[in-house]
Design a protein around this ligand. Structure first.
Ligand code: SF4
Ligand code: MSK
Length: 671
């Protein structure tokens, strides 16, 4: 029997996405949404119960007590599958950091055309952390030393990663005591592959201990490097006005969509698009200019630094092309669907691959090289402009929303305390008093197995009502942006009174956009600073905070989840679990799922769970936050303790006679 196809409304909550899905249907073009309808996931593979590590298999374990041909048990197979996925995620994520380190080295040595060091203050701050001399030295000299130190981290064979000292002292001790201090992420990834070769490590807990080690190597030794260097080269983000959704594409301009992850090329494309020669070239082609926008995390990178609009998140990459208005989609690494090339053949869009690591059959390849970045960026833009004349019928949804991204941890520090006393004190105090119940980081991808953007935004909206401050990155942040939750005033009528009071006082939206997926490292830095500020325990696992990836799909998400867990966070994934097994049919198929929850919690204070139902996710988040509040001895959260918001109270008071207003304001009784 044919599987039932979903309607556009069932596929996505986003009206722009729905419009494009209707267009795809009319044109008879398939998308990830319809392909997901047509392809049922394999229930053995998705539960981690299939092993294809050697040529005696694949072995599919579906019955109680069954083993693979080599004798491997279900828990060993699930642990091996999980660590392999985490390794691939960590490799991709940390390799991004490595490329950034090589770019910094090239900039320091005047070998990188068009780049400058934009944030010298951050360069000096970071260099000082590692005792790199800064006084009396030129920024490029300091950058050269920092680049050497960072490049050396990846391939370090012994010792420990230098960046671990940026975690709370107690956390570093937990890692030492449990034997999960990473040497260098490359070595840990290789060792994970070695351990999972046929006939090696066959103790699931031992395998998973190494998964923790390698994920810490990614989070604190790969992603954090990517974030540091992106800020140094392109500027540390601060709030800026941006827009999101397909309505940012323009009829009268050459639309270039940058998609992927690394900011090195996209930043240069931004610069090149603003040069007089490129603007003149676009005008000669009959357009008003070049309109840049982004998809996925490249979007987040240039959105939070330059205010360049985001055309959408992961599941909108095909939909952008379906508008018929995109002259070129320029991609680098990660989250790029192979389907783009076939889809683009129905339109005039050129898919341009740029990374030496990523080619797609049928795409145009213009290889990026940071040594000649500006020239390459201009060549790419000329290619797009030349394609403008080939544009056919277009349909751009008139749907877009304003947002304020750019909440780096540096900016949060500054906004809370001002330039002379920047501090996390007000945030800690608000959590301690119960105005803010706790913090949730909602991050990660989209997945066509669930309704596009629904889980992200449902969980976000419900937690906001419960006075939970939300920080977001990746495709989750774009989902909230499209709903208007990343705006100061616009989102505040949807949040609890205590949180609203804090947002109004500080002047922030209730959902803070902290960047791309490598910028989950910023969340770790915030949590560390919260701990260092005092009053919320002496380690990350004591802070009333939870991490959620409601629509996860990538292996990187698993690496991120594992390093956040290892840092002390409770991490909840939505959707299917790669280690769920079939406990109704196989008693021992939930050993790994239990171990990464309860077992890891005993060791690291954090835990990782997969929860299908969004309302259960919300309840688990609140329960955890309340449990942590109680453990810290903080007052119980009382929803209406803080009554109405500050602004609302002031407005009401203006209506009162003076004597009553005086009593309300100063507690001085009316005569
Ligand atoms: Fe089967 Fe063992 Fe080979 Fe895996 S390693 S495919 S369980 S024989
Ligand atoms: S892009 S990894 S879909 S967040 Fe970072 Fe989005 Fe997930 Fe890719």
């Amino acid at each position: 029997m044919a599987r039932k196809r979903k309607t556009p409304e069932q596929h996505s909550i986003d009206p722009a996405a729905q419009q494009m899905l209707i267009r795809a249907d009319e044109l008879g073009i398939g998308t990830a949404f319809t392909r997901a309808d047509a392809m049922a996931p394999c229930n053995i593979g998705s539960a981690g119960m299939c092993c294809k590590i050697c040529g005696m298999g694949p072995c599919r374990l579906t019955k109680d007590g069954q083993t693979g041909i080599c004798g491997a048990t279900i828990d060993t197979i699930q642990a091996r599958n999980l660590i392999r996925a985490i390794s691939a995620g960590a490799a991709a994520h940390s390799d991004h950091g490595r490329d950034m380190a090589f770019t910094l080295k090239a900039v320091a040595n005047d070998e990188a055309e068009g780049y400058i060091i934009r944030d010298v203050a951050k360069l000096r701050t970071i260099a000082k952390l590692y005792d790199i001399p800064i006084e009396g030295r030129a920024p490029k000299e300091i950058a050269n030393d920092l680049a050497d130190l960072y490049i050396a981290q990846f391939g370090q064979q012994k010792g420990e990663i230098a960046l671990l000292k940026r975690a709370p002292a107690k956390r570093q001790k937990v890692w030492k005591d449990t034997g999960v201090v990473p040497r260098g992420v490359d070595r840990e990834v290789v060792e994970a592959l070695h351990r999972t070769h046929i006939g090696d490590d066959q103790d699931p807990e031992h395998i998973l201990q190494h998964a923790v080690r390698l994920a810490i190597g990614d989070g604190w030794g790969g992603s954090l490097i990517a974030t540091d260097i992106s800020d140094i080269l392109f500027g540390t983000p601060a709030p800026v006005l941006g827009q999101a959704n397909l309505g940012v594409l323009k009829e009268n301009m050459v639309n270039v969509v940058v998609h992927g992850h690394e900011p090195t090329l996209s930043e240069m494309i931004v610069a090149a698009s603003q040069t007089p020669e490129i603007i003149a070239y676009a005008k000669e082609a009959g357009a008003d200019g070049v309109n840049l926008s982004g998809i996925c995390c490249t979007a987040n990178e240039i959105l939070m630094r330059q205010g360049i609009p985001a055309a959408g998140n992961f599941l909108q990459q095909e939909l952008a092309i379906l508008t018929g208005s995109v002259e070129a989609m320029v991609v680098d690494v990660q989250c790029i669907m192979q389907a783009l090339v076939g889809l683009a053949e129905n339109f005039h869009t050129k898919i341009i691959t740029t990374s030496p690591k990523v080619k797609i059959k049928g795409a145009t390849h213009i290889q990026f090289d940071e040594h000649h970045a500006l020239t390459i960026a201009k060549n790419i833009l000329r290619e797009a402009i030349d394609n403008y004349k080939n544009r056919g019928e277009t349909q751009i949804p008139d749907v877009r929303e304003d947002l304020i991204p750019g909440f780096s941890h540096e900016y949060i520090n500054y906004m809370l305390g001002g330039s002379y006393r920047s501090s996390f004190r007000p945030l800690n105090d608000a959590i301690m008093s119960g105005r803010i119940r706790g913090v949730a980081a909602i991050v990660g991808c989209n997945n066509p197995r669930s309704q596009h953007d629904y889980l992200h935004t449902h969980v976000t909206k419900e937690l906001l009502k419960q006075d939970v401050l939300i920080v977001e990155t990746g495709c989750g942040a774009i989902a909230s942006a499209k709903l208007g939750l990343l705006l100061g005033e616009a989102g505040l009528d949807q949040v609890g009174p205590g949180l609203r009071e804090v947002c109004e006082t500080v002047g922030i939206p209730p959902v803070l956009h902290m960047g791309s997926c490598v910028d989950n490292s910023r969340i770790l830095t915030v949590l560390t600073q919260v701990v260092e500020e005092g009053g919320l325990g002496d380690d990350i696992d004591q802070v009333p905070a939870v991490g959620l990836a409601p629509e996860w799909m990538s292996e990187k998400a698993l690496s991120i989840g594992t390093y956040c867990m290892a840092s002390g966070a409770y991490v909840i994934f939505g959707g299917s679990s790669p280690v769920s097994g079939m406990p109704d049919r196989m008693e021992d198929s939930d050993i790994v799922a239990n171990y990464i929850s309860k077992g890891w919690e005993e060791l690291y204070g954090g835990k990782m769970e997969f929860i299908l139902d969004p309302d259960e996710m919300i309840q688990a988040t609140l329960d955890h936050i309340d449990k942590k509040r109680a453990a810290l001895g903080l007052p119980e959260y009382v929803p209406d303790k803080y009554g109405r918001s500050g602004d609302a109270r002031m407005l009401e008071m203006e209506e009162l006679p003076w004597a009553e207003r005086r009593e309300a304001l100063y507690g001085v009784a009316a005569d």
